[in-house]
Design a protein around this ligand. Structure first.
Ligand SMILES: [Zn+2]
Length: 390
C-alpha cells in the first residue's frame, strides 16, 4: 500500500507496539486501537494544506495515503459560520459553528471514511462491515460504493429513516437489529460468518485520523479559538479535533492549543463522566437514554483514546438535557440559517451552559462543532416544537 512520506506506521494506543500500514484491526497483542504516527520533520509546514487535491485531501502530507489513491467526493472544507445573534445571547466575543453537515453525506464521519475506505480498497478484502448509530453506516455505504466494495451496515431499529434509506440508495447492504446500538455492534460478529474488513471506528486505525482535518480547517479560518465545544459520541470527533490542533503545534504552525469542552447528554455521558473523575478508562453507561441516537453510545470504542488525547489540552465536560439540546438546535435554525442536528444542539446547549456559569466571557472566541445535518433527523427537531404546542 502506498503511503505518504511523513506516515510512520501504526502504533498501539494501549501497549505502544508498532505495526505497518497493512495491519487493519486493533492491536493483536492487547486489543487496544491502533493509530497512525507521523514524522513531522518530513512535512513542509509552509506548504501545509496546499496540495492540489479535493476537499480535506489538500492536507495529504499529514494523512496516511496519497490523495490520488483516495476515494473522495470533496469531503471537508466545510464552512465556519458566524452566528452574531447567538454570540450576543451568550455574551461572548464570537460564536462560530463549524458546520460538518455540509459534507457529502452530511456528517464529519465522511472525512475519516474517505481515509479508511482507501485502506480497505488497498487491502482488497470483502465484505467490509461496521455497526453504526446511523450516520457512519450511510457514509460507509457511500464510500465503499465509490470503490465498488460490498459493505454491510448493522444499525439499531431506532436509526433515523433517512440513514436507513440512504444506506440502500448508496448500494450498501443493511441489517436492522432490534434493540440499541450495543445490540447492532454485537450482531456484526454474530451474523457475518465470513471474514470481513472492519470499518468500525477505532477498529480501523484511520477514521479518527481523518477527523483531524476539522481542526486544520478551523485553524485556517479562526486561528486558535479560546474554546472549542464539541459533542462526544464514540470519541472519533474528540480524538480528531484534539490531535489536529496538536499536529499544528508540532508543525510549528500554531503556538498553543484551545480549551476543549466535551458535551454529552445527561442520558448517556460515559466520556464526560470519566473526564470528571479524571479516570484513565471510560466505563460503560448503564441504561443509555437520549432522543439523539448518534449520541446514545453506551461504551464508546474510542473513549479511552479520547481521554488520553484530552490530557494534552485544557479540557472539561458539560452535560445537557435533550430538551435544551433540541431547543438550541432550533434556535440556531431560527436565528442563523444553520440546520444543526441534535448532536450539534448538545454542543450549542453546552456553550450556553458554559456562558451562564461564567466559564466563557465577553472576549472569548468560541467555536462549536456541528457534526451532522439537521435534515437527517427533522422529526426529532420537529417533535421538540410539538412539545411546546407549535
Ligand atoms: Zn497493544
Amino acid at each position: 500500500m502506498k503511503t505518504t512520506e511523513a506516515f510512520d506506521g501504526l502504533a498501539c494506543t494501549g501497549c505502544g507496539e508498532s505495526y505497518d500500514a497493512d495491519e487493519h484491526g486493533r492491536c493483536p497483542d492487547c486489543d487496544a486501537p491502533l493509530t497512525p504516527m507521523y514524522d513531522y520533520a518530513a512535512v513542509d509546514a509552509d506548504a501545509f494544506g496546499n496540495a492540489d487535491a479535493p476537499g480535506h485531501w489538500r492536507f495529504e502530507s499529514l494523512l496516511p495515503f496519497p490523495a490520488a489513491d483516495a476515494p473522495t467526493a470533496s469531503e471537508g472544507d466545510t464552512p465556519l459560520v458566524e452566528t452574531e445573534r447567538l454570540a450576543d445571547e451568550l455574551g461572548v466575543g464570537s460564536l462560530r459553528v463549524k458546520d460538518e453537515g455540509r459534507n457529502p453525506t452530511g456528517t464529519f464521519i465522511d472525512r475519516g471514511m474517505s481515509v479508511a475506505v482507501a485502506a480497505a480498497a488497498a487491502a482488497d478484502v470483502e465484505p467490509v462491515a461496521l455497526a453504526a448509530a446511523g450516520n457512519a453506516g450511510q457514509s460507509a455505504a457511500a464510500y465503499t460504493g465509490r470503490v465498488d466494495l460490498r459493505s454491510y451496515a448493522f444499525v439499531p431499529s431506532r436509526t433515523a429513516f433517512s440513514n436507513k434509506a440512504m444506506v440502500n440508495v448508496h448500494g450498501g447492504e443493511m441489517r436492522v437489529v432490534g434493540g440499541r446500538y450495543a445490540d447492532a455492534a454485537a450482531a456484526v460478529d454474530d451474523q457475518l460468518e465470513a471474514d470481513y474488513y472492519s470499518l468500525q471506528e477505532f477498529t480501523t486505525p484511520y477514521r479518527h485520523d481523518g477527523a483531524k482535518t476539522v481542526s486544520y480547517e478551523l485553524f485556517e479560518d479562526a486561528g486558535v479559538p479560546d474554546a472549542v465545544v464539541l459533542p462526544a459520541s464514540t470519541g472519533e470527533l474528540v480524538v480528531g479535533v484534539v490531535r489536529g490542533f496538536r499536529d499544528l503545534v508540532a508543525l510549528g504552525v500554531a503556538d498553543e492549543l484551545p480549551a476543549v469542552y466535551v458535551a454529552q447528554t445527561e442520558g448517556c455521558a460515559p466520556i464526560a463522566a470519566a473526564l470528571r473523575r479524571d479516570a484513565d478508562a471510560v466505563e460503560r453507561w448503564s441504561n443509555p437514554d437520549t432522543i439523539i441516537g448518534e449520541l446514545e453510545i453506551d461504551a464508546p470504542a474510542g473513549g479511552d483514546v479520547a481521554l488520553d488525547a484530552l490530557r494534552d489540552v485544557d479540557a472539561a465536560a458539560v452535560t445537557v438535557s435533550d430538551s435544551d439540546a433540541l431547543e438550541s438546535a432550533v434556535t440556531a435554525a431560527q436565528t442563523s440559517v444553520l440546520e444543526v442536528g441534535g448532536a450539534g444542539g448538545v454542543a450549542l446547549a453546552a456553550a450556553w451552559t458554559l456562558a451562564d456559569e461564567g466559564d466563557l466571557d465577553g472576549d472569548d472566541d468560541v467555536v462549536v462543532v456541528n457534526p451532522d445535518d439537521g435534515v437527517k433527523t427533522p422529526d426529532v427537531l420537529r417533535s421538540h416544537l410539538m412539545g411546546k404546542g407549535i
